[in-house]
Design a protein around this ligand. Structure first.
Ligand code: SAM
Length: 251
């Protein structure tokens, strides 16, 4: 997977490439990151990439020309690495909300170019002429597209074959099967007045599996009931959830 990021702050991406699971994926060449700075595609001595908004009002807007030249550079560089059709993504609070199914879809692409906006955003003509997909990482506004791009890349990288080892497996992660993850515990078995649930110490793998599934269902029911409406529960799952719903109504 080849990522290209167009950003005026390329240094930010070191926190993705240098640490933890994602750092290892870059070290092992499972993915690559190319950084392209629009300032390198300006022709004036101030290396100006922004200007005032037509029509007035506060804030600056990123200019189309350095962005298009950056994008063309990103495309040529992806082509040289054998990828002729990278997906062109603009991070934007106005974009399609990112969820796990979107991430799984993105992970199927051989290359993605992320355009990171700053200031008031980018000249609309750049988006209309060049962008395949606008993605939002939530209904809130951050100062630039770099953190949203890194969030999306991290989530994609976790899905790439060979990235996670057994201990880090994503299979039980929240959203992977449409439910939230079950609670996790580790040593010590008892901490002050808080003990690990007995079933997890029982050694009975069937019981543990059943308890974990029930906890996943219960958490999803309590915290994200919207997810349950999107997922057809099996007979076993409905039974496990009903058991707890009834039990808690009786309390
Ligand atoms: C300060 S924001 C501009 C927000 C823009 N004026 C608006 O209200 O839609 C600057 C840049 O941060 C990025 N950004 C901010 N919030 C985002 C979000 N929730 N998801 C994805 N990107 C975001 C975008 O690239 C955007 O161009």
């Amino acid at each position: 997977m080849i990522f290209s990021c167009i950003s005026i702050f390329p240094e930010i991406f070191a926190s993705l490439t240098n640490f933890g699971v994602t750092g290892r994926a870059f070290d092992n060449n499972i993915c690559q990151l190319q950084l392209i700075n629009p300032r390198d595609f300006t022709s004036d001595s101030y290396k100006r990439i922004d200007d005032k908004s037509f029509g007035g009002g506060p804030g600056m807007v990123m200019k189309i020309e350095p962005l298009e030249l950056s994008l063309n550079d990103a495309i040529v560089r992806q082509e040289k690495l054998g990828n002729n059709a990278p997906l062109r993504v603009y991070l934007s609070p106005q974009g399609q909300p990112v969820d796990q199914s979107m991430i799984n879809q993105l992970a199927g692409h051989a290359g993605i170019i992320f355009v990171c906006g700053r200031y008031e955003g980018v000249d609309e003509r750049f988006i209309n002429r060049n962008i395949d997909l606008e993605l939002s990482t939530g209904d809130f506004v951050v100062s630039g597209g770099e953190l949203p791009a890194m969030l999306v890349m991290d989530a994609i990288i976790r899905q790439l074959p060979g990235v996670l080892n057994d201990e880090e497996s994503a299979i039980s992660d929240s959203f992977m099967n449409g439910l939230l993850d079950y609670p996790h515990y580790t040593q010590p078995r008892e901490y002050e007045d808080a003990a690990v649930p007995d079933v997890l110490l029982s050694g009975n793998h069937e019981q543990i599996k059943r308890w974990r599934l029930q906890m996943s269902l219960w958490r999803t029911y309590l915290r994200r009931p919207d997810l349950l409406t999107k997922r057809n529960l099996t007979k076993l799952e409905s039974g496990l959830l009903d058991e707890l719903v009834v039990k808690n109504k009786q309390k």
